[in-house]
Write a protein that binds this ligand. Sequence first.
Ligand code: F3S
Length: 104
Amino acid sequence: TYVVTDNCIACKYTDCVEVCPVDCFYEGENMLVIHPDECIDCGVCEPECPADAIRPDTEPDMESWVELNRKYAEVWPVIVTKKDPLPEATDLDGQPGKLATHFS
Ligand code: F3S
């Protein structure tokens, strides 16, 4: 499965949602998540993210991101249409540790 990770936070470019064939992106205030059980592992979203925030769960230390994606995909609404990025997207793209500083 693929999941959304730290660098989506406070950027939320939303290019990813346009290409997902199973509509498994869910939208929070300042981040999207993928429902890990709905993702079919096609991988088309990964290169679409300008922030390189979408990662396969086969990378090291992804367990906490899989759990975060699953937890919020259960409660946030689905998003299928691209919208404008968050206003601070350009400034905060690439800033490390945004889960601690900018997630709400
Ligand atoms: Fe986030 Fe990248 Fe999608 S910044 S909203 S995962 S295109």
